[in-house]
Ligand binder design. Structure first.
Ligand code: ARG
Length: 458
């Protein structure tokens, strides 16, 4: 018999039960459901809405059920529909009529909103600490590579030299913003909806603040219709998770390129690579490829959620049951990717010599040569043109800019002196870029410092 069976004369069809039931995916919120119910019933007792001793019996039994679930002693039932009604049915089967008082002043609509908020609060914390771990690893790599010169690219063409430290700190900034976005999103998840009832609150004198305090929420929702009918906090989280995956995916793409034979900038540890079933020489970056590949799932969740919500009138609609698989999948994917990605980059070896040699090719110091001419009094547009001609000359003669003799330089501009060689050395190119945000060693050290402060503040 359904908990809502009173007005029905027939049981639901098995097809209907299977279709309607969400227990196979919302069962993961059993803890939140029980803690939420325990807080609710305690408040019912304290406010004199049900007798205090009954409230205590319900609370005690709920915690026994929790223990039994954790010890694998309970099997949920599809015909009880969802986690909320499964737990309530078990409660009633254990303590009879008293158990039937739990749902006083509550609807599954505010109950499910509560459970999901509680569940996601925990997940946000878990993901934040994984991101923190990644940031730690990035900062350590940066610290060990302050002098590791490498080429920076635009359009995947060699552009200007930088250092691996500067590069890693670029990713640090992205994942730092991801943490900050999660913090901001958390504020909007951390609002307690119970007491909103089905949509229009309740006539019982509930103490909503008491429930919020027991469950560790900072605020209570302000409008009962809104509280049961929006899932913007779920969508916002899916969007934060999508951005995390987008960053991880770009980084993965670089890792894949960097460990190709053509680049050979890094080598992945054997523990985080795979071989080929046919080609004995292969060492494949599967972790990075899977992370890149899994990004689509998280974007998919975001789009599913946005689409699921876009046409439903206020307040609760059953469409909203679809929110859970989408956000669970996004959360699971991010939690799966972050630790293994972090380990993969932590254990990778950098090939400093190849990075340096790659920075030497491709005329990455051409901008610095043009800037040198500017310092000798030539306007930038002219110096750009002159340097362009020197690059063409070098390509034709198969040499790099710093391999030109002073005589050769002077045929392009008489203003060029012996000091050109130090001006266009890769070390100068990097370390003279002292404008805030740039790659000079001092600046990157300072950014590592402030990155550490940020991590310590978490
Ligand atoms: N399983 C439902 C969900 O996930 C719980 C809320 C159901 N409420 C209702 N009035 N049918 O959304």
């Amino acid at each position: 018999m359904k908990l809502w069976g009173g007005r029905f004369t027939k049981n639901t069809d098995k097809l209907m039960d299977d279709f309607n039931s969400s227990i196979h995916f919302d069962n993961r919120m059993y803890r939140q459901d029980i803690l939420g119910s325990a807080a609710h019933v305690t408040m019912l007792g304290k406010c004199g809405i049900i007798p205090e001793d009954e409230a205590q019996l319900i609370r005690k039994t709920l915690f026994e059920i929790l223990e039994d679930i954790e010890n694998g002693k309970i099997e949920f039932e599809v015909c009880a529909e969802d986690i909320h009604m499964n737990i309530e049915s078990i409660l009633i089967s254990r303590i009879g009529d008293v158990g039937k008082k739990l749902h006083t002043g509550r609807s599954r609509n505010d109950q499910v909103a509560l459970d999901l908020r509680m569940y996601l609060k925990d997940e946000v914390k878990a993901i934040k600490s994984m991101l923190k771990e990644l940031l730690n690893v990035l900062i350590n790599i940066a610290e060990n590579n302050l002098d590791t010169i490498m080429p920076g690219y635009t359009h995947l063409q060699k552009a200007q030299p930088t250092t691996l430290a500067h590069y890693m700190m670029a990713y640090f900034q992205m994942f730092r913003r991801d943490i900050e976005r999660l913090d901001d999103c958390y504020k909007r998840i951390d609002i307690m909806p119970l007491g909103s009832g089905a949509l229009a609150g309740t006539t019982y004198p509930l103490d909503r603040k008491m429930v919020a305090d027991e469950l560790g929420f900072s605020k209570i929702t302000e409008n009962s219709i809104d509280a049961v009918s929006d899932r913007d906090f779920v969508i916002e989280l899916a969007s934060c998770l999508s951005l995390i995956m987008m960053h991880l995916s770009r980084f993965s793409e670089e890792i894949i390129l960097w460990c190709s034979h053509e680049f050979s900038f890094i080598e992945l540890d054997d523990a985080y690579s795979t071989g080929s079933s046919i080609m004995p020489q292969k060492k494949n970056p599967d972790v990075a490829e899977l992370v890149r590949g899994k990004t689509g799932r998280v974007y998919g969740s975001l789009i599913s959620l946005l689409t699921m919500m876009k046409g439903i009138p206020l307040a609760y609609n059953k469409d909203m049951q679809e929110d859970k698989e989408a956000i669970f999948n996004a959360v699971d994917t991010v939690k799966l990717c972050l630790p293994v990605f972090t380990k993969m980059i932590e254990t990778a070896k950098t090939n400093k010599e190849n990075l340096y040699n790659a920075a030497r090719g491709g005329f990455t110091n051409a901008t610095d040569l043009a800037d040198y001419l500017v310092k000798k009094g030539i306007p930038f547009r002219d110096s750009h043109e002159i340097t362009g001609r020197m690059v063409a000359y070098c390509i034709e003669n198969n040499k790099s800019l710093e391999e030109m003799s002073l005589e050769e330089f002077k045929t392009f501009s008489p203003n060029i002196e012996e000091d050109v060689y130090s001006a266009i050395s890769l070390e100068t190119c990097v370390n003279e870029r002292k404008v805030p945000g740039g790659p000079s060693k001092e600046l990157v050290k300072a950014s590592i410092e402030s990155g550490r402060c940020f991590l310590n503040s978490l």
